[in-house]
Design a protein around this ligand. Sequence first.
Ligand SMILES: NC(=O)c1ccc[n+]([C@@H]2O[C@H](COP(=O)([O-])OP(=O)(O)OC[C@H]3O[C@@H](n4cnc5c(N)ncnc54)[C@H](O)[C@@H]3O)[C@@H](O)[C@H]2O)c1
Length: 270
Amino acid sequence: MPPMELEGRHVIVTGGAGGIGSALARRFHAAGARVVVADLDGAGAARVATELEAVRGDSAVGVGADVGTADGNAELIDAARRAFGEIDLFFANAGVGVGGELDTNDDDWQLAFHVNIEAHVFAARLLVPGWIERGDGYFCSTASAAGLLTQIGSAPYSVTKHAAVAFAEWLSITYGDRGLKVSCLCPMGVNTNMLNAGDALGAGGASSVVRAAGEVLEPDAVADVVFQAIGDERFLILPHPEVLTFFQRKASDYDRWLAGMRRLRARAGG
Ligand SMILES: NC(=O)c1ccc[n+]([C@@H]2O[C@H](COP(=O)([O-])OP(=O)(O)OC[C@H]3O[C@@H](n4cnc5c(N)ncnc54)[C@H](O)[C@@H]3O)[C@@H](O)[C@H]2O)c1
């Protein structure tokens, strides 16, 4: 199927100030979409929007928003509607790589829940009823390969990314026959601040496992894969195709897969 017609379509990307989010904003904007770039880092979101506006006028807006709260999502969606009218495609992409093992504090657990999963629920609540009414709308969440497999070194990341996959599945099953299209992006390593910074998934933490697991892709390459998959209306987006093999192995022999993951964790120095 050819990629969906994006000319003039209205797209929101959360976590759009950098990394995968800014690559998605650029990719969909290049295809003709009007893009609202949202991020907790409002200045970073504005920078990306300014860059897009320089390419084509009246086509991009930057919004500072905390999508980990219901109010932050409501304000973002109101601002986006004021800018470009009804939303066609929403990327729930913002995420945090906080937390580690059982010593993870409550604040980090809460933050991971707020940003990595509740944000998706808050946005869907505001968007899906209107999409069902008009029979058209697209919700694409960025989960992670950690949402299908696990994240060695981070319990909150593993748990909340599994929840993000589960919520995307649930949305598709519940509304897929009523005009809602849903995709779920599950990459392994991508060369972004999250992988390179010093948080749980960052330098010296779980990122060494991510790097050992497979190729670290550039955000632009991931955005290209997402663009194609959305054109095809494919649910599961796997920029690292080997994730499918790992996922199949997990499903076909759970105990063997767990033993293999324990060996991997031990090799990584856990
Ligand atoms: N980099 C990887 O290896 C990798 C792999 C799999 C999945 N992911 C996922 O990809 C998504 C994008 O991450 P990235 O790798 O581009 O990293 P990134 O750190 O460059 O981008 C994440 C963005 O989310 C924003 N953000 C964080 N909390 C927010 C909040 N409460 N409200 C609004 N924005 C907020 C950050 O400011 C940042 O700009 C995340 O969901 C991440 O979990 C990343």
